[in-house]
Design a protein around this ligand. Structure first.
Ligand code: NAD
Length: 364
């Protein structure tokens, strides 16, 4: 029997704990053995530790190298920065990988979609460099920028800075091309708004075009982000791997999740050179907290990605197949995968885990 894998599990808040429990159960049902280090982050640990991201959480991930987490709430306008963004920054998880795949049985006007979005995770407007309206520092920044750019910036502005570096762009683009090659994918599409933001998105695009020459086996194209949203709605099957700076990646991954059945089936991974953190695309959906109602499949599919990452490829395939079978059968699925007339027959989070485990036991 193989050794157990040491994995950090962060249950999160809102719906996080219930989907984490369901995910832990199905991962264990694959037969793979895990030593879970269960640690907590978010607003609920603030009082005890004075921070939403205690050091021991980061230490656990640094020790185990691999973590899986439920969503964590970022209260709006509280001065509390996102734990999710902080984890990605502190662990240098520069690549966010979000597959959006059509599973048979999901009610969607779109079929046969198999897109992977690769989103830069550390820069862009998410760098957290912000200046609040009216603060003395902000007025200084406005003065400096007005002088240097020759453009008048209103004094009652709030300012958010968008840094896009050559280093960051090279990392994410390299990751995307290598991913496409390793996953036997045929095309990479780079997303930007370089016609307007010439020195940030323009830099990203120039590096993408240059790097594409090193990958003659992979078709390369670029799209302006607004046009891309329209193309994704009209003909999503033309896309394969999409690589984006942070903000566009965030928006397009929710859009693509919508094409394949919603956030309930949209998994994700945050990958760096040393560590990997797996989590669903969706947030903590606080109004569903504790109701045993929401879909755990996005986090389960993040678990599938984790199994692949640690080399448990066959078990990853079995678990994905079991989830696909439950979706296809359409009986033991949550409300989000039911058509309106059948919503009252939806099952709860834990029943989905039961059904996946039952299918898993039948797959060799
Ligand atoms: P959300 O993804 O939490 O929820 C939006 C809606 O999507 C929900 O109301 C629900 O209808 C649906 N939904 C989400 N997950 C679902 C699931 N598993 N099954 C069925 N339906 C599901 O987005 P939000 O309301 O914008 O964010 C809530 C909180 O989550 C915010 O504080 C936000 O900052 C945080 N957030 C955290 C992460 C993360 O931890 N990585 C990601 C996104 C948002």
């Amino acid at each position: 029997m193989t050794n157990a894998y040491n994995i950090t599990l962060i249950p999160g808040d809102g719906i996080g704990p219930e989907i984490s429990k369901a995910t832990k159960r199905v991962l264990e049902a694959t037969g793979v053995r895990f030593n879970w280090d269960i640690v907590h982050a978010g607003i609920e640990v603030m009082e005890e530790y004075g921070t939403p991201l205690p050091d021991h959480v980061l230490e656990s991930i640094r020790k185990n190298k691999i973590a899986i987490k439920g969503p964590i709430t970022t209260p709006v306008g509280s001065g509390f920065r996102s734990v999710n963004v902080a984890l990605r920054k502190q662990l240098e998880l520069y690549a966010c990988v979000r597959p959006c795949k059509s599973y048979q049985g999901i009610s969607s006007p779109y079929k046969d979609i198999d897109i992977v979005i690769i989103r830069e995770n550390t820069e862009d407007l998410y760098a957290g460099i912000e200046f609040e309206k009216g603060k003395p520092q902000t007025l200084e920044v406005i003065k400096f920028l007005s002088e240097k750019s020759g453009t008048n910036i209103r004094e009652d502005s709030g300012i958010s800075i968008k840094p896009i570096s050559e280093t960051g762009s090279r990392h994410i683009l390299r990751y995307a091309f290598e991913f496409a090659r390793a996953d036997e994918r045929t095309k990479v599409t780079a997303i930007h708004k370089a016609n307007i933001m010439k020195f940030s998105d323009g830099l990203f695009l120039a590096i993408a075009r240059d790097m594409a020459k090193e990958y003659p086996d992979i078709e390369f194209e670029d799209r302006i982000v607004d046009n891309m949203t329209m193309q994704l709605i009209k003909n999503p099957q033309q896309f394969n791997v999409i690589v984006c700076p942070n903000l566009y990646g965030d928006i397009l991954s929710d859009l693509c999740a919508g094409l394949v059945g919603g956030l309930g089936v949209a998994p994700g991974a945050n990958i760096g050179n040393e560590y990997a953190l797996f989590e669903p695309t969706h947030g903590s959906a606080p109004r569903y907290r504790g109701l045993n109602k929401v879909n755990p499949m996005a986090m389960m599919l993040s678990g599938v990605m984790m199994l692949r990452h640690i080399g448990e490829v066959d078990n990853a395939h079995r678990l994905e197949q079991a989830i696909a079978d439950v979706i296809y059968e359409g009986k033991n699925v949550t409300y989000d995968l039911k058509i309106d007339s059948e919503r009252d027959r939806a099952v709860g989070t834990s029943q989905v885990a039961d059904a996946v485990i039952e299918k898993l036991e039948k797959i060799k």
